[in-house]
Write a new protein. Structure first.
Length: 393
């Protein structure tokens, strides 16, 4: 495949549909102390868990949403899926039927799908979005690695020749040992069972490279020639220049996730001019460099920033896991100026790559009633479009 033709991806993530994230829909976790998907079914009666999940999956994303995404000018949808998608890991309930429906809807309305394996057993990162907080042992468990290969292969067999498939992403956001330490994952996402988390650590680069190579060999034979295989950069974007450069891997795409809250956590001043300078000198520059080696997609980004929130969010930390800062009221007019500027500067940077996927399509939170959620509507593409913050895709 000519790397030059993998371009102009304008997409959105269907976060919190098939892989749950509590902050995106807290009501799903009512009646429990669970902070992640691992503990939710362990704190609910089986019949309550099953009913809650089936209702959520049937209502959160429907055919109508695919019509809406098409109308927004999008052409591709990144769908996070769990390792238990096929229903073979109790107590979780599989969701392959929902993904089947998504393909029918995508094909009906002319959209493509990137299947993103978002979680792995015992987690690849220890984040809440990795399925279980504070635990990161996937790369230490050969039997679980083999299981994930079977999941990927089954997905490739099922959808590899579907018109609606754009590609398959091997694994979302595996975290390196360096990032595990720098981000303080064990403290930021405190484990419920310290004994289960014992020995958690990030991947070594050799491990992740071997995993990607083997996974590619499992997936690619089942894919039509126009499909891609996506690898995540593991939070080390420029480390992949010498990887998968042989012609055999011409259909491999490199995914990187770029958020302004990361810039803020690195000390970026909280104003539009500083944001723009950071994006140009860091994100844009790195995309231009890495696009020489792979088609690059920014698989996750959004408009969230502390300036529009009226408080220092400490790199995106919420009231749920940090003290509430004093807030300055930001008018709707000023918010629109901030968000549209950030939208433009980021899309300008992404244009040097092969495309993007906004995180996320929707959230089910009340951003009006109470200070805790102010600013979080900037993660919700539907709201961003409706408010005029997200301009033409």
């Amino acid at each position: 495949m000519n790397k030059g033709i993998i371009k102009d991806i304008k997409g959105v993530n269907l976060g919190n549909w098939l892989v749950l994230e509590k902050w995106m829909n807290p009501a799903l976790f009512d009646g429990t102390t669970a902070e992640d998907e691992y503990y939710l079914p362990r704190q609910l009666a089986p019949e309550v868990y099953e009913a809650r999940m089936r209702i959520h999956r049937s209502e959160y994303i429907t055919e109508r949403d695919f019509v809406t995404m098409k109308r927004m000018g999008l052409n591709t949808v990144r769908i996070p899926v769990p390792y238990f998608i096929f229903g073979d890991r109790e107590p979780f309930i599989g969701c392959i039927g929902e993904l089947d429906k998504a393909f029918l809807w995508a094909e009906r309305y002319g959209l493509k799908i990137l299947i993103d394996l978002h979680t792995a057993p015992d987690s690849q990162n220890g984040f809440d979005n990795g399925g279980i907080c504070g635990v990161c042992k996937f790369f230490q468990e050969p039997e679980e690695i083999e299981f994930v290969y079977t999941v990927l292969e089954r997905l490739a067999e099922r959808y590899g020749h579907r018109e609606g498939l754009w590609g398959i992403e091997i694994l979302n956001e595996p975290v390196s040992q360096q990032m595990w330490d720098v981000m303080g994952v064990a403290q930021r996402y405190a484990p419920v069972e310290p004994e289960k988390a014992a020995g958690s650590k990030g991947y070594e680069m050799g491990q992740l490279r071997e995993f990607y190579l083997t996974a590619y060999d499992k997936i690619n034979p089942h894919l039509a020639e126009d499909k891609v295989v996506v690898i995540h950069d593991g939070f080390d974007f420029t480390a992949w220049k010498d990887f998968m450069q042989e012609e055999k891997y011409a259909n491999v795409v490199l995914d990187t996730h770029m958020y302004l809250m990361v810039a803020e956590s690195m000390g970026c001043e909280q104003n539009v001019e500083a944001y723009e300078k950071f994006v140009e000198e860091n994100y844009e520059k790195e995309i231009i460099e890495m696009q020489k080696y792979f088609p690059v997609i920014v698989g996750e980004w959004c408009l969230f920033n502390s300036m529009a929130c009226g408080r220092d969010t400490k790199g995106g930390q919420t009231v749920l896991n940090g003290e509430m800062e004093a807030m300055t009221e930001v008018s709707d007019e000023e918010k629109k100026k901030i968000y549209t500027a950030i939208d433009r500067m980021q899309k300008k940077a992404w244009s040097h790559g092969s495309g993007y996927f906004f995180w996320s399509y929707k959230l089910l939170i009340d951003t009006v009633d109470g200070d805790a959620w102010k600013g979080w509507d900037a993660w919700d593409l539907g709201r961003c479009v409706d408010f005029g913050w997200f301009e033409e895709a």
